[in-house]
Design a binder for this molecule. Sequence first.
Ligand code: PA5
Length: 449
Amino acid sequence: MKDLTLDISKALEFVSKDDYKSLQDKALEFNVALYDKTLPGNDFLGWVDVKNIISEEELSAIEKKAAELREKIDVLVVIGIGGSYLGAKAVIEALSNSFAQMCPKKGMPLVLFAGQNIGEDYIAELMDVIADKSYALCVVSKSGTTTEPAIAFRLLKEQIEKKYGKAEAATRIVAITDKSRGALKTLATAEGYTTFVIGDSVGGRFSVLTPVGLFPIACAGFDVRALLKGAYSVEEKTQKGKSFDENISAHYAVVRNLLHKAGKSTEILVNFHPKLHYFMEWWKQLYGESEGKDGKGIFPASVDFTSDLHSMGQYIQEGVRLMYETVISIAEPDRKVEIPSDAQNLDQLNFLAGKRVDFVNKQAELGTQLAHLDGGVPQIRIEIPQLNEYYLGQMIYFFEKACGISGYILGVNPFNQPGVEAYKKNMFALLNKPGYEEASKAIQARLAK
Ligand code: PA5
């Protein structure tokens, strides 16, 4: 079976060969530390060993509940934010028909998301569209106290109970949360919801291969075992004891840190397939939250090409030289579409007649790579043979493992996120949340100045 491949040759031109050699041992040491749990963040490494990330019993229970719901629902609403939604969203979008909302399929419920924002119109419109559908809710929160999903769940719980009655609603609500702590766990136990556990040792942004991602993905009708298999295939090649040559995650971690050292402070993740748009969002959270701290970090950005070549393309080609690109390429799309010949040829495209749309896309990709190299933008390229569960699993683990190694090379704890508390503290003070009285006074005085 073919695998994900990584090509860093067009990035190495921009870095010191000596540094490249000398950082390799460090990267392998940090890879060992991820297994031996010897460095900061060692409580959050439950994702590293893929074989033990989820038990067979729990995986079967996930598949069983997902199959039961798929029989009776048209829509699953997943309620969560950050790491509690982006992984599922990324995988489901990548695998679904681009126009899934227009072509519903029996047994493959549409997965919609809530609680990932506090947009009033968004939640109101969501509640409108699901009102006359058969639906279920999957509420995901490790802490069980996050404001955005808690508000959405309060609203959607009331709606689902009104529609189906409390008893039936309880069979249509699945909670994914901590095994014993938090408001959501207490509620789920009291109401008798099916519950899956987010283990203590996996942080939100590393949780897609736990029930957090697996249950919504299974509910959408996709093969979660293939996803895990793909992830394991990369873990196997990047386990401790593997050489640097075998460890593609270590290669990526090393080269991105060297590019950073060479003045490239922004990494742009690039796709040429719109289905990967949310994969980029997942990746931005993974790297942004893991590395952006202590005044350090490579800024993770993303673009969808060729769409964004007609907007951000100008900046990337000629703006401030602060970025490198990592391109995700899919060797073979699922579908084949040939460009037809046209008798009039007014658009002068007959030179492409008989060629596949993907052939044009691939030439755009190559042309962009060369143009951006000419513009001083180093290029990393990742290729997967096809967009399916197995290769998404490979990409997920490839990036997660690289993120752990890269964060340690950078000199940060990649597994905490102290910075996300700052906005919450201010918001709670502004909302006069009980317990925030002093902070409320202070923030009001600051605003009055
Ligand atoms: O990566 C993280 O830890 C965060 O993005 C969390 O996933 C996010 O804040 C949601 O937290 P919770 O699952 O506790 O509601």
